[in-house]
Design a protein around this ligand. Structure first.
Ligand code: COA
Length: 161
């Protein structure tokens, strides 16, 4: 069984993430979408359980996806889950340097786990969760970039602010 981990903050999940999940679900037997429990990026807009719920609601059309929360080293989590691949999306050249270093560090930590890079559809190459949050917070239309229920959650979250 070929299992891959697709890690990230998912604050919130976007159509770009979903595009990668759909593509990778055809290449692996199981994809584990792993929500990082790190505080590195400061405070998240959505709680861990909200982020997980939003991912679960977005993947109901896919059969081989599991959603989980992880903390600690990604390679240790991957090994625990019997995964031998980590999926990362590459949107633009600017992603490359950070991703390159992370992939090499992960490989030096656990040689048997490989990082697989995938490109989302070009209509999503300029988006990120932060940009979507910024646009939504200023009342902009993000309907092309997130599922409807995420758009609703963003609206609700910013309505009182
Ligand atoms: N479509 C749209 N946006 C995308 C995307 C796609 N296909 N792929 C990535 N992004 C965006 C994300 O929305 C995120 O945007 P933001 O910065 O505005 O929030 C940004 O790209 C990168 O985030 P993400 O892919 O979620 O990664 P991350 O940097 O938040 O997470 C971890 C990195 C969690 C995978 C990494 O820190 C990790 O492995 N941590 C565990 C500890 C560890 O093992 N450390 C050693 C690593 S060598």
């Amino acid at each position: 069984m070929k299992i891959a981990i697709y890690p990230g903050s998912y604050d919130p999940i976007t159509n770009g993430h979903l595009d990668i999940i759909e593509r990778s679900s055809k290449l692996f037997d199981k994809i584990i979408v792993a929500v990082a429990r790190n505080a590195e990026k400061g405070s998240a807009l959505f709680s861990e359980s909200e982020r997980i719920t939003m991912i679960n609601k977005s993947i109901t059309h896919l059969k081989n996806i599991e959603v989980d929360l992880f903390e600690g080293l990604l390679v240790n989590y991957a090994a625990e889950k019997n995964a031998n691949a980590i999926i990362r999306g590459l949107r633009a050249l600017s992603d490359f340097e950070f991703e390159f270093k992370m992939a090499l560090m992960n490989r030096s930590l656990k040689e048997e786990i490989s990082t697989v890079f995938m490109m989302p559809h070009e209509k999503y190459t300029h988006i990120s969760s932060s940009l979507v949050k910024e646009v939504a917070s200023l009342g902009g239309d993000v309907s092309a970039y997130v599922p409807q229920h995420v758009e609703d959650a963003l609206k609700e979250s910013f309505s009182g602010k």
